[in-house]
Write a protein that binds this ligand. Structure first.
Ligand SMILES: Nc1nc2c(c(=O)[nH]1)N[C@H]1C(S)=C(S)[C@@H](COP(=O)(O)O)O[C@H]1N2
Ligand SMILES: [Mo]
Length: 232
C-alpha cells in the first residue's frame, strides 16, 4: 500500500533530537566550518576543509526511521551524494591494490558506526549540511551529517568528523552494545540489531522513546543557556 511505514515503525509528527543516552550531553566543538578527516588503508590522514565544495548539490525528501520504532516522514535534506564525494575526493587517493570494504563514520561527539561501502554508494545516501532549507542545527547534526534513509537512524551519523577506510576483516568498537549495531541495519529487512530478532528489539526499545526524547531536549536546552555567544 502506498505510504505505509516499514515493519514495526510508527509515525511521529515532530523530529526530536535523539540518540544513545551517553551522547545526550555531548556536543560538537565546531558547528560552523565542516572539516572532514579521511584516513585508513595505508593512507596518511588528510583533512578536507569544506569537504562538499565543488561537488554537485542535491536535495532529497526522505523518511527517517529510528530503530526504537519512531519514524519522521518527508524531511527535506540537501547536500552531496556520498557516491559523488567518494568518487571525487577519496577514490583518487587510493592505491590501486587497496580493497575498501566499509567505512567507519566518526563524529565530533565520539559517536561512531560502520556501513558497507556498497550501501553508502546508493543514490539516496547523502553527506547533508542542510535540513528544510536551513543549515543543520546542533540538534540535527551540524555542521555535516550522513543521511542514509534505507538504514536505521543510528547509521546516520551527526557531526561527522572522520571517515576511516576499512578492509573486510576490520572491526570497530561500536558506540553502543555490540548487539545494537547491525552491520547494515536495513529498515526494509528489520535489521534492528544483531542476534536478537526485530520484533523483540521493537518491544525492548519502544518504552525508551519518551525518556530519551526528554533527556536529549533537556541537555540541548541546558547547553543553550550555557553556551558562550558565538563569534560571527
Ligand atoms: N554524532 C551522533 N550521531 C548520531 C547519534 C548520536 O548520538 N551522535 N544518534 C543516532 C541515532 S540513534 C539517531 S535515531 C539519529 C537521530 O538523529 P536526530 O537527532 O537528528 O533526530 O542520529 C544518529 N546519529
Ligand atoms: Mo535511533
Amino acid at each position: 500500500m502506498i505510504d505505509e511505514l516499514p515493519p514495526g515503525q510508527r509515525p511521529r509528527e515532530d523530529f526530536p533530537r535523539f540518540g544513545l543516552w551517553p551522547y545526550a550531553e555531548r556536543f560538537p566543538a565546531d558547528v560552523t566550518g565542516a572539516c572532514l578527516r579521511i584516513q585508513g588503508g595505508r593512507l596518511a590522514a588528510r583533512d578536507l576543509v569544506d569537504p562538499l565544495a565543488g561537488l554537485e548539490r542535491v536535495e532529497q525528501i526522505s523518511d527517517f526511521h529510528c530503530v526504537t520504532t519512531w519514524s519522521r516522514r518527508r524531511l527535506r535534506w540537501s547536500g552531496v551524494r556520498i557516491a559523488d564525494f567518494y568518487a571525487a575526493r577519496i577514490a583518487p587517493l587510493l592505491p590501486a591494490d587497496l580493497a575498501v570494504d566499509k567505512l567507519a563514520l566518526r563524529a565530533q561527539d565520539g559517536y561512531r558506526t560502520t556501513l558497507p561501502l556498497a550501501d553508502l554508494l546508493a543514490a539516496d545516501v547523502l553527506l547533508a549540511d542542510r535540513l528544510d532549507g536551513e543549515p543543520l542545527s546542533v540538534a540535527h547534526g551540524a555542521p555535516l551529517r550522513l543521511v542514509a534513509p534505507a538504514h536505521y537512524g543510528y547509521k546516520s551519523v551527526k557531526h561527522l568528523a572522520r571517515i576511516d577506510l576499512l578492509a573486510a576483516e576490520a572491526r570497530l568498537r561500536p558506540a553502543a552494545f555490540a548487539f545494537m549495531d547491525h552491520p547494515r541495519a536495513r529498515v526494509a529487512f528489520e535489521e534492528r540489531g544483531c542476534w536478537l530478532p526485530g520484533w523483540l528489539l521493537r518491544r525492548l526499545y519502544r518504552p525508551l522513546i519518551g525518556t530519551t526524547v526528554r533527556r536529549f531536549a533537556a541537555a540541548l536546552a541546558k547547553r543553550g543557556h550555557e553556551a558562550p555567544p558565538r563569534r560571527g
